[in-house]
Design a protein around this ligand. Structure first.
Ligand SMILES: *Cc1c(COP(=O)(O)O)cnc(C)c1O
Length: 398
């Protein structure tokens, strides 16, 4: 079975982790350099980073605009920070939030907007500037969990706001196994974040050893040779934390959301910074292969090819995603369904303002499938044909 995701971890990461070669400070410095920003501050998760950033910005009892089509943990962090998420539908021809709709959602209570480059498609920075010109009091937070160093017409998205948030778990483009990061050029904000991190985050005993074990277990679980056994492992709950990461009706943070990363994560993350340019170059190449090969199958809508996108996911659209997933699984390929939920439609968020509709997000939810982006070109070609044929075999057309 070819898994839908596989972290780009090699021997250098394992060796660095085993010897705990780097400190958290080393990793932060290297990450800041990679993102072209003055400061980087590490956190246990992307969502913890976002929560602390909102607190460090002094935002409370206010509204924060975010996409309806995003990872639910973004909304959780907003709620946990004591603020109200205001959801905005997707743009007509892409996956990102519609920035015109976002402008219309601004009220006197709005304090921030979480500009998200979902699936690695860079936020339209020209439109974001127009948004900010009309609402200069609204802070721009970049959610770069899918878009490490994505570029919009040559400009890095992470640099276009007060700060950027990154998630670094094993399902992300690059990983420190556990972890999240904030980057900013604002020295005063960086200082407040460091103070918050020092006050709020815990260091747990034996954490280094536990996380080294987790690293080995998840690497083994995701290796193609072992992946045939993955159902069993999944049932045992070993990789639950990145296969079933949300529940429909609870706004919550994981039990270890304040457990700060240590030298194991820092050592892996530091090595990944060095490999990141290769990781993203390969994903761009595989996206091209998918684009070219899938062109022969009109029953499937291809995502745009955008210069500067990072392709955290290659997301196509079909009329019956479950049928295509099943057909691919029979042929030994695991596809994903990111993102198959509209955050404001989830039970936990139904009590929030319903005056905005989300038809575009819902249409995406009903049709998206994502193909493995970590594979080589020959495998990508084979996967594309198999997925394309499965889409052509559907009775309905998208
Ligand atoms: C993964 C993710 C995050 C947060 O990452 P965690 O480390 O899982 O908390 C934030 N935004 C988006 C869009 C993500 O996919």
């Amino acid at each position: 079975m070819i898994p839908r995701l596989r972290p780009a971890l090699g021997w250098s990461e394992f060796a660095a982790a085993a010897t705990q070669r780097r400190s958290v400070g080393d990793f932060e410095g290297r990450f800041a350099e990679l993102m072209g920003q003055r400061h980087a501050i590490a956190f246990p998760y992307g969502r913890t980073a976002q929560l602390m950033l909102i607190r460090a910005l002094g935002i409370r009892d206010r509204e924060i605009i975010c996409p309806a089509y995003t990872c639910v943990v973004v909304a959780h962090a907003i709620v946990k920070s004591g603020n109200v998420p205001v959801f905005v539908d997707s743009e007509p021809d892409g996956f990102n939030m519609d920035l015109d709709a976002a402008a219309a959602a601004v009220t006197p209570r709005t304090a921030a907007i979480v500009a998200t480059s979902i699936h690695g498609y860079p936020v339209d920075l020209t439109r974001l500037r127009t948004f900010s010109a009309a609402a200069p009091q609204v802070q721009v937070i970049q959610d770069c969990a899918h878009s490490f160093a994505a570029q919009y017409q040559g400009a890095y998205v992470q640099q276009a706001g007060i700060a950027a948030v990154f998630g670094l778990n094993v399902s992300k483009l690059m990983t420190s196994v556990f972890g999240g990061m904030i980057t900013t050029d604002d020295a005063a904000l960086a200082k407040r974040l460091r103070t918050l991190a020092a006050e709020e985050l815990e260091h747990r005993p034996f954490q280094n050893i536990m996380r080294l074990a987790y690293l080995a277990a998840s690497a083994a679980a995701l290796h193609p040779v072992v992946f045939g056994l993955v159902d069993r492992i999944r049932r045992a709950g070993l990789i639950d934390r990145f296969t079933t990461y949300y529940s429909d009706d609870i706004i919550d943070m994981p039990g270890d959301y304040l457990a700060q990363i240590g030298r194991v994560e820092a050592s892996v993350g530091f090595e990944q910074c060095g490999h990141y340019p290769d990781i993203v170059a390969r994903r761009r190449r595989i996206a091209e292969v998918y684009d070219q090969t899938l062109a022969a199958y009109p029953a499937l809508l291809r995502p745009p090819l955008v210069t500067g996108a990072t392709y955290s996911h290659y997301v196509a659209r079909v009329a019956d995603p479950q049928a295509v997933l099943k057909a691919a699984a029979i042929q030994g390929v695991e596809l994903g369904r990111l993102i198959d939920y509209c955050v404001p439609d989830m039970k936990a968020y139904r009590s929030y303002d319903r005056s905005i509709a989300f038809p575009r997000t819902q249409a995406l939810n009903a049709s998206v499938i994502n193909l493995p982006v970590w594979v080589d070109e020959a495998t990508a070609t084979r996967i594309a044909h198999l997925v394309g044929q499965a889409a052509q075999a559907l009775e309905t057309r998208i």
